[in-house]
Structures are given as structure tokens and as C-alpha cells.
Design a binder for this molecule. Sequence first.
Ligand SMILES: Cc1cc2nc3c(=O)[nH]c(=O)nc-3n(C[C@H](O)[C@H](O)[C@H](O)COP(=O)(O)OP(=O)(O)OC[C@H]3O[C@@H](n4cnc5c(N)ncnc54)[C@H](O)[C@@H]3O)c2cc1C
Length: 687
Amino acid sequence: MSDSPSTDTDPGSRNAELTWDSDGQPHSSVFDDCYFSRANGLEETRYVFLQNNQLAERFAALPAHGEFVVAETGFGTGLNFLACWQLWQQTAPSDARLHFVTVEKYPLRREDLRRALALWPELQSLSNALLDQYPAITNPAFHRLTFDQGRITLTLIIDDACSGFEQLLESDHPAHQRPRRAVDTWFLDGFAPAKNPDMWRDELFQLIHKLSHTGTTAATFTAAGIVKRGLRDNGFLVRKTPGFGHKRDMIVAQLQQPFITPASTEFPVSHRNAPWVAPWYCGAAAPTQQQALIIGAGLAGCHTARALAERGWQVTVVERHPQPASEGSGNPQGILYAKLSHRPETLSDFNLLALQFAQRHYAPFWATGADSGAACGVLQLAHSDKSAVLQQHLQDYFGEQELFRPLTAAEASKRAGVTLDCGGLLFPDSGWLSPAAICRQLLQHDNIRCRYDTAVESLQWQADLQQWQVNTGRDPLYAANVILTTAQDSRRFAPTHGLPLKPIRGQITLLRADASTAQLQVALCGDGYIAPARDAQHCLGATYDPRDLELTVRQEDHYKNLQLLSSQVPALSGALLEENVISGRSGLRCTSPDYLPLVGPVADESLLRKEFELLAKNARASIATAGSYLPGLYINVGHGSRGLAYTPICAELLAAEMHGEPSPLPRSLRLALHPARFAIRDLIRGK
Ligand SMILES: Cc1cc2nc3c(=O)[nH]c(=O)nc-3n(C[C@H](O)[C@H](O)[C@H](O)COP(=O)(O)OP(=O)(O)OC[C@H]3O[C@@H](n4cnc5c(N)ncnc54)[C@H](O)[C@@H]3O)c2cc1C
């Protein structure tokens, strides 16, 4: 963070390459610049970013349940974030929430971060919390970390500053380039313009303009002309003020002229190719009341209820069974796993992000004891030539990282506590969970009420009341916002009848532990899975029957589960006997045609089809209007075989969207999960 002459700025490496000077201060080899002031980096942060943005006063003036958004260029060592968090703890109301969104192109490795942060003993407890949650794979993606029981969210975007911030806009269509929640304060950090000209370009200042509101402030350590001009040309009133330490000047700025988004009517409808995707995914109105009725108390419903309750919403959960987690989420043990690919594919990108978020999210549940599950590690077995090759590709593709590591057969046997004929990939921070225990704990919140034994029969929008009438066979319930977390049964409701949800039957087997299986220390996954014993029982899974909806537990399915595992872990075959089967359970997985969940607002499908009918002629046709969405109706379903990994991030996404805060996912993934994607795909395919 200093203004000195330019050098080579082509790093070509994913992680930051550091050298350490004789005072133990980190220095970027790529940018040939230091990360913070040698005089006193923490004092400089406090002066430049906190004091000059008047954050102590602004935090203290927030109302109860107030929210504040800081955005930063260049996360670096996280020093600005930690100093801001510390100030927040000292000054903001106890129920206010801070969103810190930061973009970093070259993230530090965890060990480098640890060493850099050790320079600030007074931030030690916050640094440790950050280090605990720091992403295991710092891949180019959004990483959402939460601290202080959700009071602080850190969205660490590993990307180039412009492409990272651009993903915060609702759309790339010029008529819809708005953030869901504008930034209140900018920390314009990162290496100096002379060292890092790629970042400080016009496009960055234009994005800052679009992402800000009247009164948004910005501060930066530099007084470079390019920064002054960039801010001034984009609506900010800019002034110089004395810099920190030996620096003469720095810049502070305040937005006076907000960005005016052009009206959709300025973009004539045309069958010709447009440079943008039609903004069918924009248009859902922001909720006006912080109250929601959630139908379905499985993993999706309980996570969504909790995510909203923590944001201060009043939530009612309606479930047809006498207790939560009675259907798909009712297995005694489930494995936290994900499906990764060695290619940049949407499904794999989502899985990687979901798994990392879930591992962080479940850590406190695991800490409460074995009723919730155990972070025992998950070993994905290389049980066939095909899986061994795939695992090698994954290692090559992801390179150096902490999410998984390869084990030979001998290493895997030692780690697992049982003899294994093959090695595999160990996910050390994953494990098994009891979905029912998780659901019960999630629902324990003052803002959540549950109504069990209540089956919802239909939904009707009452325009005069501006509420949904939720018919239950008894007295109807009313709510301005309704969220369907009813898995495949969502098709029973008229507004979501057309969604392509597919049920897939599966059966698990509960097996008595014996001396050999009781040694198991890790969850083993191949084509089937087995978790370490819980209450002297193992959960083995699971069959996969797409064309079968019959839920009776079958002996032949137990046999299939036992056989599958015996073939992959022969050392356990002496215990994998039908006489050791205690019982079983069958259920339905709800999947979608692209195996991604459906999360977001529910479209008014007939109107949406009319508005975007031109797409049937040309998928790139120029349409500028937003889509039509049913007021206050949302859905969160389609978690397939990976509900434990998918539901935490999907609940976070939906709650962030409904609450109007920066999204935990980039726009590209928000679109990939959008419930209206199938209606639009059908239109394009002429269906
Ligand atoms: C055999 C099997 C093994 C599995 N193993 C794993 C695993 O190891 N790891 C993993 O991550 N995932 C696993 N899964 C998948 C995981 O269980 C699901 O993805 C997850 O449970 C989906 O949660 P959900 O909340 O979307 O659905 P559900 O848990 O099915 O919840 C839907 C809820 O809605 C309620 N409901 C529906 N209609 C109405 C209505 N009209 N009125 C009121 N309430 C209603 C239902 O009663 C139900 O409680 C497995 C699934 C199966 C079947």
C-alpha cells in the first residue's frame, strides 16, 4: 500500500507470493509492494478507512436491526476487515448486522495469513476466527463467512475487482444494473495505482458508481490523479486530506449524483441478437414485511427458517407430520459430500461452494456433540479404475488446497481404522450429520413458531389483503410471504405445478455394529456409504430408484446396500450380513433435470412466457423488460442426494435475497438456481 514506480504486474499465479522482511512484514513479490504501512499498518487502516469514513459515528447511529455494507478492493491480509469488525463490536447496536464484501485476485495461503495476522496481537481472537473459516480452496468464487452468530458476514470474492463487483449487480442488462443492496462505504485498498493499474481502471469506478447510493462514502490511501478523476467522473465529491504517516495526502469522497439506470423502454424489443441475456430473472418485488410462512420442515425449510429468523424475521413453519425431518430428511445419519468435477462446470462450481459453506456452517453443530453428527472426515474411495482416474484429475485440477487430500490404500486404512483395498480422497473437515437433530436445533429460535400436523392443501393470493391464503383443511392461514420447501410435493400447488421436479426413491439400511465395524473412524463413500457407528448402529446407503415411488422398506434393498458395500470394503463383509440388519428407511430425493436446486421467487408462468415469447425465435433476442413474479411466493427445493451440502447455502441465498442484502452467490450461479430457468429453457426449445 504505497505509491511507488511501476513494475511487472502479470502475476500468473492463483495465490499471493510473499516475501517477509526483517521486521516480519509481508511483501508481495508479484506487485513488488508491501501489504501495509511499515510504520503501523493497523493505525493506518484505522485512520484511512475507519476514521475518514466516519465509521464509529455511523455505526453508533444505526437503528436497532440496522444494516451496513462495506465494500473493499483488495482483501490482502484481512487487516481492514478485522479492524472494521473490532470497531463494529465496540460501537454498533448489538442486533445490527455488518456485511463486508471484499474482492481479492491473489488470496494469501492460510499459513501466510496466519503469519501476517500474528503481527497484531490485539486482533488475535478475531484473527483466529477468520483463520478458522478461511476457505480450504481459495478458488475464483464467492466465499461467504459468518461470524458473531450472523452479525458479521464476510463475502470474500476471489476474482478480479471488476468482474467480482460486476456479479453483485442484479443483471448485466443496462436497464437492470442495480445492486440488491447498495454499498454504504468503500475501502479502496489494494496495491497502488502505479503498481496495479489493471485494477484502478475506469470500469472499476463505473461499478463503484452503480453499486453506491447518495451519501455513500469512499476513502483510499492514495492521492493518485487516476483515482481522483475516476471518482469525480462517477458522481463523487472528492477531497484531499492529510495522509497517514509520511504520506502527504489521501482521498475521501462522497457520492452526490447516484447512477441513473436507463429505462427498459430505451431498449426496443427486437428479434435481433442482444449483447445481454434477456433479464427474465429480474422483477420479483422486494418483500415489504419481515414475516414468512414456510411450508415443509425438512432440511430446506428448517435452514431457511433459521436464516430468516437470524435476520429478525418472524417465521411460521407448517409441517404435515408431528415433527420436523419426517420425510426426505428423516435418515438417522447422512454424509456431507459433494460432486466435484475437474472441469469448470456449473454443477461442480456450485458443489464446491456449497460444500465449503456447509463445512463452516455445521462446525458449531458438530461441536455440540454426537447427537448432531461428527466431523470424522469423509473418505471418497477410489474403488474402481474410473474413480481413481477421476480423483487424479481432481487433484491435478485443484492443485494445492486444503479441502481434500489423496491417501494410498495403506494411509486410508490407517485413517479409517479398517483395512481398505484402495486409497481415495480424504475430506478431513467433513463428516456425518443427523438431519433430524440438525432440523430440531435450527428451529430453536425465538423468532420461529412451528405448526405440526398441518397439511397445506392449496394456496390462493388474496389481492385485497395482499396476502396468500394458505388452506389447510382447518382455518386458513394468511401470510404476505410464503416459501415452499415441500420438495417434490411442491407440484401439488397450482403456482408451482409446472416445475420439473422428479422424485427418486432411496432406501438406507440400519446395521448393528460389531467389533470390526466399530473400529470405523471415518465416513466411507463409494457407490454406497457407511458412517461410523451412532448408538451402536451404522447407517448404510443408499439405493437409487428413479422409477419407483413405493415407500415400503424392502429386504432386497437391504441386500443391495450390503452387497455394494461388501464389494467396496471387503474387510467389513463379515459384518455386512442380513442377520445384522436392524431396520431400514426409505424416502424420496427431489431432483431437477439439471441436478441443481431451485431457489428464488416463483414466476407467474403464463405472463413470463408471453413476455419472453420472442426467445422461441431467437434465444438472444433483445428484450429489456423484467419478468413477472407472483407477489411474495418463493421456493427452495430440488436438493437431490446432497441436501446436507446444498440446503445451508440455498437458505442463505434465499434469505439474503428476501432480506435485500448482498448475495452470497455470484449472479451466474443465482441464475443457474433460479426457479424460472426451466420455463425459459422450454420457451427457447419451443416447448
Ligand atoms: C435414502 C436417502 C439417502 C440420502 N442420503 C443422503 C446423504 O447421505 N447426504 C445428503 O446430503 N443427502 C442425502 N439424501 C438427500 C437428502 O435427504 C435430501 O436432499 C434432503 O432431505 C431434502 O430436504 P428437503 O427439506 O428439501 O425435503 P424433505 O426433507 O422431504 O422435506 C419436505 C417437507 O415438506 C413437508 N410437506 C410436503 N408437502 C406438505 C404439505 N402440503 N403441507 C405440509 N407439509 C408438507 C414434508 O412432510 C417434509 O417434511 C438422501 C436421501 C435419501 C432418500
